[in-house]
Ligand binder design. Structure first.
Ligand code: ZN
Length: 254
């Protein structure tokens, strides 16, 4: 009966603002696609066809696409909140054999800002991590590793780190962790690692819940926690400092 829903993903790939100043083969091709799309959509007016388009970059879309009768309604999807993340994790781990200690609620509290796709990646990463240990059951520790991989990238286990370097990193991270656990307004530390990732020597992982604003007391606690890494390494090296501390100072200044 002519009813259909047409869904176009990555709409910006064909619906980008037409550039009349710089004609070249690539934009000609894109213009033709866009024109054809617009003509078709005008033809849908009398029919029962709904056209949906998805994009991460609504600002680059051609204004002709957004006119009445075309893509004239916008629905914005924001990353899911804590409850939404828990439901997505439930779905993403549906087919995984989970250990009793797996706490999806706890994972959802540590994954503010992650999207549905990120959470699926995270669940898959946890399963891979269990498989690497030749285990058939996925436990909380695998999820903890997967959270770190999702936010920070894989650990650089092949990198040679001297004992002296590792000791400084340990004291530095301990400084962050201790400050975060004793300050009542600080985000609580979840795990500490001295394994290098990306450019960082180590990382102290904090609980991070959805937050819509920062209070003064919370900001002060964050400042203290940021600078506590340097305070920790001063126990070992008083007359020198690390690039990690310099980076913390930058974060604190921000
Ligand atoms: Zn630090």
């Amino acid at each position: 009966s002519g009813r259909a829903i047409v869904f176009i993903d990555e709409l910006d790939a064909v619906g980008r603002t037409r550039n009349t100043n710089m004609p070249n083969a690539a934009t000609d091709e894109s213009d033709r696609t866009l024109n054809a799309l617009l003509v078709e959509m005008d033809g849908f007016a009398q029919s029962q066809v709904i056209v949906l388009g998805a994009t991460n970059r609504p600002e680059v879309l051609d204004s002709a696409l957004l006119r009445m009768g075309r893509f004239d309604r916008k629905i914005t999807f924001t990353p899911p909140d804590r409850a939404g993340r828990e439901k997505i994790l439930l779905l993403a781990t549906r087919d995984l054999p989970l250990a009793d200690d797996v706490d999806l609620g706890a994972i959802s509290r540590r994954t503010a800002s992650l999207t549905g796709a990120d959470l699926h990646f995270l669940a898959n990463e946890a399963a891979l991590s269990a498989a690497r240990e030749q285990l058939t059951i996925v436990s909380q520790s695998h999820f903890n590793k997967a959270v770190e991989v999702t936010f920070l990238g894989r650990a650089r286990t092949s990198l040679e780190v001297s004992d002296a370097e590792r000791r400084i990193v340990a004291w530095h991270e301990a400084g962050h962790a201790v400050a975060a656990s004793v300050l009542p307004n600080a985000d609580k530390p979840v795990s500490v690692s001295t394994i290098p990732r990306g450019g960082a020597g180590g990382v102290t992982w904090m609980e991070n819940d959805d937050r819509h604003f920062v209070t003064r007391s919370r900001a002060l606690a964050s400042l203290t926690v940021a600078l506590a890494g340097r305070a920790g390494e001063m126990v070992l090296v008083e007359d020198d400092f690390t690039s990690g501390a310099a980076n913390d100072l930058r974060v604190a200044a921000n």
